[in-house]
Design a protein around this ligand. Sequence first.
Ligand code: ASP
Ligand code: MG
Length: 407
Amino acid sequence: MALIVKKFGGSSVATPDKMRAIVQRVLKGKKEGDQIVIVVSAMGDTTDDLVSLAKQITTKTYGREMDMLLSTGEQVSIALMAMAFEAAGQKAISLTGAQAGIRTSDAFNKGRILEMEPDRIMEALRDGNVVVVAGFQGITGHGDITTLGRGGSDTTAVAIAGAIHADVCEIYTDVDGVYTADPRVVPTAHKIKEITYGEMLEMAKLGAGVMQPRAVEMGSRFNVPIHVRSTFTEDEGTIIQEVCSMEIKQYLIHGVASDKNVAKITVLGIPNKPGYAYKIFAELAEKNIDVDMIVQSVRVAKEGVTDITFTIAGTELPEAMSVLEHIRSQMHAEDILIDKNMAKVSVVGAGMAGHPGIAAGMFGVLGDNGVNIEIISTSEISITCLIGEECVDKAVKAIHDHFFGEH
Ligand code: ASP
Ligand code: MG
């Protein structure tokens, strides 16, 4: 008897046939007494299509209305999936995020789950239902629908798994696990069997697209094992959990990640006085813009003035522009430079702490390949270099070869 949450992404539920195939697979694997919650995304490219519909109406962002619109995609999927279960003779019920008790903050488009009230899910499970919940959405204290950010269905699934104390949260997707690098870029990349939350979080944040970082964070907080696996094969995928087996722990580096959605912003010539960095980043935070790498440099020749460089997601640049204009005029910045064509390449591995030479190895490979490093940042388990977007695939390949190739 197990309590399992299974999440199926957009490509897995793209057509009625695919939905039926999922139902067959779930029922085949379901043992007597198993309780199953299914979390689904919108069918295929529905969310993208809804975004482009909105763009045809206006270029302005209306957070609340956008969430009202985007959340409809998942609602279509849950209704059809519940019908597909019923048609196969399995009692089922669909629940929206609100009905499933997912309470969020009122940051539209980026809602954060504040609280879970899973009573209705539990009751429906006890009544013998497969419970089909809409991913990516929740409801605020004011009763407004929010969405959880693109890819947010993963977070829904893990949050539910945490709240109902599920044995495992299975994330079914069109790749069969987490790889040491993107296999489309590095054909020799291999599937990672087990990885810790910390490493997976770092990989996800640094660009490994398989899972939404917040979902991994959530898994770690509630200690829910997450199994990332293929919708189309029975193979074991990648298990994300707190402690990995001895064999796995030997790796110094677990993966190479990259992210092309990076813009670099440099604010030139602002007073080198207390409070200025605060002003810049407080304004960005107020707009909910995540700042990533930050470097402040003191110009020796011209005392009293400093430059601050930081990176944000390239897709957030339009929103950041108004803040930057305000900063330019308010702080009398000399200039603001923006480079959209940046990318990050990172190595991740819990084993790197206490093993000198990983950073040197990475920088050496980049140097040998003529890739210039603009900013470096490190955490205990990762090293990230900001480089030109045009070099990133070459860099990922060379770094992967260096750490995983036969040397
Ligand atoms: N449908 C949403 C998206 O495309 C959420 C998800 O798929 O996880 O981002
Ligand atoms: Mg870019």
